[in-house]
Design a protein around this ligand. Structure first.
Ligand SMILES: Nc1nc2c(ncn2[C@@H]2O[C@H](COP(=O)(O)OP(=O)(O)OP(=O)(O)O)[C@@H](O)[C@H]2O)c(=O)[nH]1
Ligand SMILES: [Mg+2]
Length: 261
């Protein structure tokens, strides 16, 4: 696909490990000789463990917005994202001249502000190519404690996909912190999702049937969960492989942007 740029948009709940994954995935791509750039789309982040090729804080800084408009952190983030609309052309240009073919986009922490607010979605839609974008949705591994919880996290992942309308890879972050039996549960979900319904039979709780219905959807749609640990650098090739599949890149790895002849 000559001249194509692919966007890997990392989204997830606050503190789920988006920024660490942006670092780890980029470092891994580098080790594989695959060209990439990183975009920081979070105007409120204080410190980033990688050197972003494009940083929206160069255009809008949430801390300054907070002081100037006398707002709290979430209010400042809302205004900052709105202000980004004034800089879309510059951001698009900066991304266009950064390395490729992959562009990792690290998104702001407050998922509800980012994914459910039209203004934020418009920012994302204006900077990516909708046909070459995949969302890597991070489910925080520390939330994964019971089969019913897993169902609720899957519902969140489905809700984000409905909202963002991009192909989505669902990853479980901080796999190094997850209990082995919960990791087994994830494997089970990927291999034979129907088997989780038997497990559910043993669960208690007033809304158990909701969880069962979610597992039915997951079984029908074949939704996979990829455990990933940024600190141990595990699961990165699987996340990338799934992202490539979702982008329709089946064979080999796109390593550079070729100029159209
Ligand atoms: N053990 C472990 N901790 C992790 C991993 N990934 C991230 N963390 C930790 O989780 C915390 C949050 O990580 P970040 O990468 O900043 O998360 P984030 O989603 O970018 O956070 P916000 O942008 O503030 O929402 C940090 O303390 C990280 O060190 C991981 O794979 N394993
Ligand atoms: Mg972050």
């Amino acid at each position: 696909m000559p001249g194509q740029r692919f966007y890997l948009v990392i989204a997830g709940t606050a503190g789920s490990g988006k920024t660490r994954l942006a670092k780890a995935l980029g470092d891994w791509l580098d080790s594989q000789g695959v060209g990439f750039s990183r975009v920081n789309l979070d105007p409120a982040v204080e410190w980033i463990p990688y050197d972003p090729d494009v940083d929206v804080r160069d255009y809008v800084n949430a801390r300054r917005v907070m002081e100037e408009h006398q707002l709290g952190p979430n209010g400042a983030l809302l205004v900052s994202i709105d202000l980004l609309h004034n800089h879309i052309d510059e951001i698009v240009e900066a991304i266009g001249s950064s390395p490729g073919p992959y562009t990792i986009v690290d998104t702001p922490g407050q998922l509800e502000l980012f994914a459910f607010r039209r203004s934020s979605l418009e920012v994302v839609r204006s900077i990516v190519n909708p046909y070459t974008t995949v969302v890597i949705f991070l489910i925080d591994g520390i939330f994964l404690t019971t089969p019913t919880n897993l169902a609720s996290l899957l519902a969140l992942a489905l809700s984000i996909q409905l909202r963002l309308e991009y192909p989505q890879v669902n990853a479980i972050s901080k796999a190094d912190l997850i209990e082995p039996e919960m990791l087994e549960l994830v494997e089970k979900l990927n291999e034979e999702p129907d088997s989780l319904l038997d497990l559910m039979a043993r669960e208690r709780g007033p809304y158990k049937t909701y969880a069962e219905k979610i597992y039915h959807i997951v079984a029908e749609e074949g939704i996979n969960l990829v455990p990933v640990s940024s600190t141990r650098e595990e699961g990165l090739s699987t996340v990338f492989g799934e992202a490539q599949k979702a982008l329709g890149i089946e064979e080999g790895v796109e390593t550079s942007i070729e100029e159209p002849i």
